[in-house]
Design a protein around this ligand. Structure first.
Ligand code: IMP
Ligand code: MG
Length: 174
């Protein structure tokens, strides 16, 4: 079976949207420092591009969570694989994710981070599939709302592949 990736969002579209979000975040956090929390591995490409477009002071930290179960479906049970290096006390935390799908991962994660005493916690996601939402999650910054398709690229994988694509695409099997 041949496998190909059909482009959904071009590199230019993604880059220019990240610029816009960076500008918005810079305005919203004026006079503050923003602490970006990247959810590995998928959020890493988005977070580095976004960080470059933010003009207020930025600090970064990384965490990795994994949901038990299959690669294309989130089971709702979340395990911390790698925790943050720094405490969150009094920080203005902005969680940076690749995609919000069912919302299970993020709703779990946001509650966990809020318990660590940050000044604020907001969520920024490159992609959102609103049709798929099972658990309500408030998203503060969204790159693109997309239809219910399994997408790859810009950090998103299919079985660990395609993360390095500079655009967002859909895997098609012909
Ligand atoms: P949620 O808990 O269902 O919102 O799923 C979140 C995680 O599932 C994301 O952080 C991704 O790692 C993965 N995921 C959901 N949809 C896609 C997709 O279309 N492509 C690749 N990974 C996805
Ligand atoms: Mg992810």
């Amino acid at each position: 079976m041949a496998e190909r990736v059909e482009i959904m969002l071009t590199e230019e579209e993604v880059d220019s949207r990240i610029r816009e979000i960076g500008e918005q975040i810079s305005k919203d956090y004026a006079g503050k420092m923003v602490h970006l929390v990247c959810v590995l591995k998928g959020g890493s490409f988005f977070m580095t591009e976004l960080a470059k477009r933010i003009t207020v002071p930025v600090s970064l930290d990384f965490m990795s969570v994994s949901s038990y179960g299959g690669s294309t479906k989130s089971s709702g049970v979340v395990r911390i694989v790698k925790d943050l290096d720094e405490p969150l006390e009094d920080k203005d935390v902005l969680v940076v994710e690749d995609i919000v799908d069912s919302g299970r991962t993020l709703s779990y994660l946001l509650e966990l981070l809020k318990d660590r005493g940050p000044a604020s916690v907001k969520l920024c996601t490159l992609l959102d599939k609103p049709e798929r939402r099972v658990v309500d999650v408030h998203v503060d910054y969204t790159g693109f709302e997309i239809p219910d398709e399994f997408v790859v690229g810009y950090g998103l994988d299919y079985d660990q592949r395609y993360r390095n694509l500079p655009y967002i695409g859909v895997v098609r099997f012909d």
